[in-house]
Design a protein around this ligand. Structure first.
Ligand SMILES: [Zn+2]
Length: 537
């Protein structure tokens, strides 16, 4: 045999040994999810396939029968979907102290957006450094909040900003965008945002537009002024040069119940003009805010509610107006005393979980509106309470859910298990949509629901390589039983984790297995385009 022949034999031997050791030429993975029913997040119909993961990425989707892997999950009969992305939360507050974020990860949520409704950390560089130093279960993106920025520069004053103050606010927002904010949020119904004119927000939003951020709006008035407020939000995006996210969309004043087509028209008109506009919705008939927030709008002006309550004349007028103007007015003769339930009340936890009617009865008082307002005033004067307000109509909730631009989001936060009687949305939003609205009531298809929880939010917030199950995307994955998935948290007993969520992976790390936390966390900050492009310079 000549030299070339020896080389040939040697080469064949080397190749043979290589294939034997790597599994006969088949692919190998860190993790293999076998025999699942894939819903890829695009809205396309489900299909059966295996999925291979290496490191933090999906590296193969298809028939991987002969593949080998370090770990295997048998997903036969289960749905495999992209991890859910919740674009409207307040998780940035609780995450550093409770990095397990158990009430979100157990719903299958792998990414949360915080800093909503105008409130956020001011120094995002510091915030993200803190998050990076910890091991957190979910990914987190943050918006820079207008109320935070305005309060820092101007305090709580009721006036327009001076040129210098405008400049200072712009600098703070610019810095936040470079530090990694995904956009800008306002809470124009809260202090001090309510003091700002539309033009102020447009000017500030232009800074966000420069970095391709999104504008997320807790609109100015969710009551009688709702339509004008949605139009204002659209205008801020249109003139500021950003996409628009209308947060927690709802028809929460019963005068407007049933007007879902009229509301949809406002969005469609904006979309028709080329404005990239979205909304999000939580799947419940009740909202959650502070009790003081639903006092008559005039009594809140200037942040003077407590002062107004001390003035006997004004107090009298508040008593007259509370159920007659603003958010708590009913046009359908509903029992508004039972529409207000206390969630957290530091002064007297005995009130938590009870509505105003029940508290009055407990005190042996006549449950009428006069006594109801007196009780509400007493609570606000004793430090205020977080309350749940039953203000929506179930039929509207299903219709808004189906708007093609609408996502599922919770508007909740990281919960310390067992504390207070919070809104159940922080525990149940995503499983509730899959169980109640998809399986039981057939309001929307499973594929469509997953789309509204995954690739639609990823598109709106420009999360690169997330929201879809495809090769080279991050391995943010939820595996659930479509016949069992359901929320169990209720308004009276909210500290309950959902059922039917079997596995949750974040950046390839198995964080929930057979419904329980594994103790391994793979979450990371999701930085906005401002930070990303800064790093690429
Ligand atoms: Zn809000």
């Amino acid at each position: 045999m000549n030299c070339a022949s020896y080389r040939k034999i040697l080469l064949t031997l080397v190749i043979t040994v290589f294939f034997v050791f790597t599994g006969c030429g088949e692919q190998s993975f860190d993790l293999l999810i076998r025999d699942g029913i894939i819903i890829d997040g695009s809205g396309k119909e489900k299909f059966k396939a295996d999925m291979g993961i290496a490191g933090d990425r999906i590296t193969a989707v298809g028939d991987l029968q002969n593949a080998i892997a370090v770990k295997t999950i048998d997903a036969e009969g289960l749905i495999v979907a992209p991890g859910f992305i919740d674009v409207h939360t307040h998780c940035e507050r609780g995450l550093p102290a409770i990095p397990s974020n158990e009430n979100y990860i157990k719903q299958g949520v792998t990414s949360v957006v915080g800093g909503n409704c105008g409130g956020s950390p001011l120094d995002l560089d510091k915030y993200f450094t803190l998050i990076e130093s910890k091991s957190v279960s979910t990914n987190i993106a943050v918006l820079i909040g207008h109320n935070t920025v305005r309060a820092k520069v101007m305090g709580m004053v009721d006036r327009e900003p001076t040129d210098d103050e405008m400049e200072e606010m712009k600098i703070l927002i610019d810095k936040a965008m470079i530090d990694g904010a995904v956009g800008f949020s306002t809470g124009l119904g809260y202090l001090p945002g309510m003091f700002s004119k539309t033009e102020e927000i447009i000017e500030l939003n232009k800074v966000v537009g420069k970095y391709d951020g999104i504008y997320a709006s807790h609109i100015r008035d969710q009551g009688l002024g709702m339509y004008e407020s949605v139009i204002e939000a659209v205008r801020i995006g249109e003139e500021g040069g950003t996409r628009v996210q209308v947060s927690h969309l709802k028809l929460s004043i019963d005068k407007f119940w049933g007007e879902t087509e009229k509301l949809d028209k406002v969005f469609r008109e904006a979309l028709g003009r080329g404005v990239e506009v979205y909304s999000d919705e939580y799947p419940y008939v009740a909202g959650n805010t502070s009790l003081s927030a639903v006092f008559p709008p005039w009594s809140l002006a200037g942040g003077k509610l407590l002062e107004n309550l001390k003035d006997p004349e004004k107090r009298e007028k508040i008593r007259d107006d509370f159920f007659e103007t603003g958010r708590m007015k009913t046009y359908r003769d509903r029992d508004m005393l039972s529409a207000i339930q206390i969630a957290n009340y530091r002064k007297d936890p005995g009130f938590e979980g009870k509505n105003l009617r029940e508290i009055l009865e407990m005190r042996g008082k006549e449950p009428n509106r006069q006594n109801g307002v007196e009780l509400a005033m007493e609570i606000v004067e004793s430090g205020d309470a977080s309350c749940i307000f039953f203000l929506m109509d179930e039929r509207d909730v299903g219709k808004i859910m189906n708007y093609p631009y609408n996502m599922i989001a919770s508007d909740g936060g990281v919960i310390r298990h067992g504390q207070g009687v919070p809104h159940p949305r922080s525990y149940g939003t995503f499983p509730r949509v899959l169980g109640k609205y998809v399986r039981n009531e057939k309001v929307l298809s499973l594929e469509d629901a997953v789309y509204k929880m995954t690739s639609l939010p990823a598109k709106a917030f420009r999360f690169k390589d997330r929201g879809l199950l495809k090769k080279n995307h991050y391995a943010d994955i939820v595996i659930f039983d479509k016949d069992k998935v359901i929320d169990t948290a209720t308004f009276k007993d909210p500290h309950q984790y959902p059922m039917g969520i079997s596995y949750v992976l974040v950046n390839g790390v198995v964080t929930v297995a057979e419904g329980e936390l594994t103790g391994n966390y793979g979450g990371s900050p999701l930085y906005g385009p401002g930070k990303v492009s800064e790093n690429e310079k």
